[in-house]
Design a protein around this ligand. Structure first.
Ligand SMILES: Cc1ncc(COP(=O)(O)O)c(C=O)c1O
Length: 383
């Protein structure tokens, strides 16, 4: 049978490749972005409670009302903006589904979508499946900054959407007020939509504050922001998240959402609504992860790797150009096989596989694992 692929150029993703290699060589896997520790027992008990007490059927398409209300309150508190929990907040099956549905709700064939590369891997296939064209803007080590004038040159009459991600996976960089002021000017006279991927909003370091697009009145009307409970609750396997946006945008979003998932896991939503009553469950995450980042960086500080401490996310990128001039994919494989620590090469996050000798470590791991990985990395030899 002849199959005409809709995504002909998509191969096996790098996370599967590196994890496979990591298992094969018994390496410490710092490649994939998830914790090696469990979520809070209190949260698991709450899920158990709601499962045992009959909250096991479809919930409303928009999400469990107690949870959407809790999130609207949280947003009001953190970003000083009122979103209506009934019409402007929606629970989703992870940030991935929120992103997919948003792209399908707004992107028509022929529309252009500007993304910032290195880019998280789910944007491009979703745009392509919707018939859109990906227009990449590339940021690079060591500062990973967007030059908004150059960025603006990518906007054409066909541009429909900009996708931003802060804190940024994989670079660990963040957007600041200066970025948003420039962005505001750039889009002021346009009908551009902005999809803001803020799944790492609570992992931000060295006393900095997360700058959400929701805090900017001039950008809010054109923006949808997505979040992930997988990240904020150490429960990536639950695939739960949410999206927030102005009512007119959410109205369109829901037209797609109701037919690609309709609603998502009911008992977990009840549990999360209760759990988030204590704001320390999320406000404590920056300190929690900064300790891990610092422990890891302390371990590798005397190696030839060059780095700037990650400003956000649970990833640390390092430049290995003082060690080797191998392509980053080869270097990542060698790190795994010869040194026993699996990493992700950054070139895979660029459409043209731009290789500037940078790899990514995930530090969402227990201290013993970070210590052990650090010891192995210290053995690295210049080639
Ligand atoms: C930048 C970014 N966006 C979205 C996601 C997906 O989140 P979820 O697991 O909630 O679908 C991830 C997961 O790694 C991510 O790093």
């Amino acid at each position: 049978m002849k199959i005409t692929s809709k995504l002909p150029n998509l191969g096996t993703n790098i996370f599967s490749v590196m994890s496979g290699l990591s298992n094969q060589h018994n390496a410490i896997n710092l490649s994939q972005g998830f914790p090696n520790f469990d979520c809070d027992k209190k949260l698991k008990n709450l899920v158990n409670h709601y499962v045992q007490n009959g909250h096991n059927q479809y919930c409303p398409m928009t999400g469990v009302p107690a949870l959407t209300q809790r999130l609207a309150d949280k947003i009001q508190h953190l970003y000083q903006v009122a979103y209506n929990p009934k019409t402007e907040v929606n629970i989703t099956s992870g940030a991935t589904q929120a992103i997919f549905s948003t792209i399908h709700a707004f992107i028509h064939p022929g529309d252009e979508v500007i993304i910032v590369e290195p880019a998280y891997d789910c944007y491009q296939p979703a745009i392509q499946l919707a018939g859109g064209t990906v227009v990449p803007y590339q940021i690079k080590a060591p500062d990973w900054k967007i030059d908004w004038e150059a960025f603006g040159k990518l906007i054409t009459s066909k541009t429909r959407m900009i996708i931003l991600n802060t804190p940024h996976n994989p670079s660990g960089s963040i957007l600041t007020d200066v970025d948003y002021q420039a962005l505001q000017k750039l889009v002021a006279e346009t009908d551009l939509l902005i999809l803001s991927d803020e799944v790492y909003e609570h992992m931000i370091y060295d006393g900095q504050k997360h700058c959400s697009i929701l805090s900017y009145p001039a950008l809010r009307k054109r923006s949808l922001a997505v979040y992930s409970f997988g990240k904020s609750l150490h429960a990536t396997g639950w695939k739960l998240g949410y999206i927030v946006g102005d009512e007119a945008l959410m109205h369109e979003f829901r037209k797609v959402h109701q037919f690609d998932v309709f609603s998502t896991n009911t008992p977990m939503q009840y549990a999360i609504a209760d759990y988030l009553e204590d704001e320390n469950t999320y406000l404590g995450l920056s300190d929690f992860f900064q300790q891990k980042r610092d422990l890891f960086l302390d371990k590798i500080k005397d190696t030839p790797f060059k780095f700037t401490p990650s400003a956000g996310t649970y990833f640390q990128v390092v430049d290995y150009s003082a060690i080797s001039d191998e392509p980053d994919t080869e270097f990542a494989k060698r790190m795994t096989i010869e040194y026993g620590v699996a990493v992700i090469p950054i070139s895979v996050f660029y459409h043209n596989n731009l290789d500037h000798k940078v790899v990514r470590f995930c530090f969402a791991k227990t201290e013993d694992v970070l210590e052990a990985a650090g010891e192995l990395i210290q053995k690295i030899e210049i080639k």
